[in-house]
Design a protein around this ligand. Structure first.
Ligand SMILES: [Mg+2]
Length: 275
């Protein structure tokens, strides 16, 4: 029997973003969650690249719409579980992850700091967002052309380097340590819950979602219509579901598809395209 035991959704650009969805859309999503939770005992994880310090903001944004995830995954892989009305960290997992990331950053620190300095000199309008994140390079540029230019330079500079991947979101570019991807978080959650990847659905829109939109980690990969071109290609390549609608409406559409697929004999499934 087909079952759905875990739903992993990205946050920015997937649950939240432009165009903003109305209250009815969130009400639909709440109903769908209730249905899957009741029918399959499904858990829901919000898996985001946002910094740990933004947990209250993320929880607050969801609460406005009456949404309460069972797990929060911050910075792509740091896991928090809801218990007793609060989110508690997976201490050892999160600690190990941070140590691995620190080691990767430390190995290339001088190189990255030099790059950050040159970038500031060449693009005086750029804003350094590194802050307290475990990154030494995270910039927001005044326009997308500059961001693309720096992204391409970094790709050349770090070609073949397994410690980092380069991530661009509109005008922002950052170098992220490869330790601890969303796929790692999914694997950890699957082990914790004692479930198989085939019982997991995941949906996202951006480059950092690609790792979890893989059949090795989830049986049902999907993306919203506003996902970037490369992300859509990945989802199509895995035979996943590409929604026709954007942001939360796209998630609701994905959930409808899941419901049909799980209750039907699978004949309604149309790999690679929304319906
Ligand atoms: Mg996103």
């Amino acid at each position: 029997m087909k079952r759905l035991r875990l739903l992993a959704t990205d946050f920015d650009g997937t649950l939240l973003g432009e165009p903003k969805d109305g209250r009815e859309t969130y009400a639909f999503f709440r109903q769908q969650l209730r249905h899957f939770r009741y029918r399959y005992g499904m858990k829901w994880a919000v898996v985001t690249g946002r910094h740990i310090a933004t947990i209250p903001a993320v929880v607050g944004e969801l609460l406005i719409h009456g949404l309460v995830p069972d797990f929060l995954v911050m910075e792509d892989a740091c896991i928090y579980r809801r218990a007793g009305g609060r989110y508690w960290p997976f201490w050892w997992w999160n600690l190990g992850l941070n140590l691995r990331r620190k080691r990767q950053v430390r190995r290339h620190r001088t190189h990255i700091l030099a790059l950050a300095k040159t970038t500031m000199e060449r693009f005086p309008g750029a804003e350094n967002l590194t802050g307290k994140r475990m990154l030494d390079f995270w910039f927001r540029f005044p326009n997308e052309a500059q961001a693309r230019e720096v992204e391409q330079e970094l790709q050349g500079e770090f070609k073949g380097n397994v410690d980092f991947f380069i991530f661009r979101w509109d005008c922002e570019v950052c170098l992220a340590p490869t330790a601890g991807t969303k796929a790692d978080a999914l694997t950890k959650l699957e082990k914790t819950l004692g479930i198989r990847p085939e019982e997991v659905a995941a949906i996202g829109d951006g480059q950092n979602d690609v790792s979890m939109l893989d059949r090795r980690y989830c049986g049902y990969p999907g993306c919203v219509d506003n996902a970037s071109g490369p992300v859509k290609e990945v989802v199509i390549g895995t035979g996943g579901y590409v929604a026709n609608l954007s942001v939360m409406m796209g998630v609701v559409e994905f959930m409808d598809f899941l419901q049909r697929d799980l209750t039907d004999d699978g004949s309604s499934r149309k790999p690679g395209a929304g319906v």
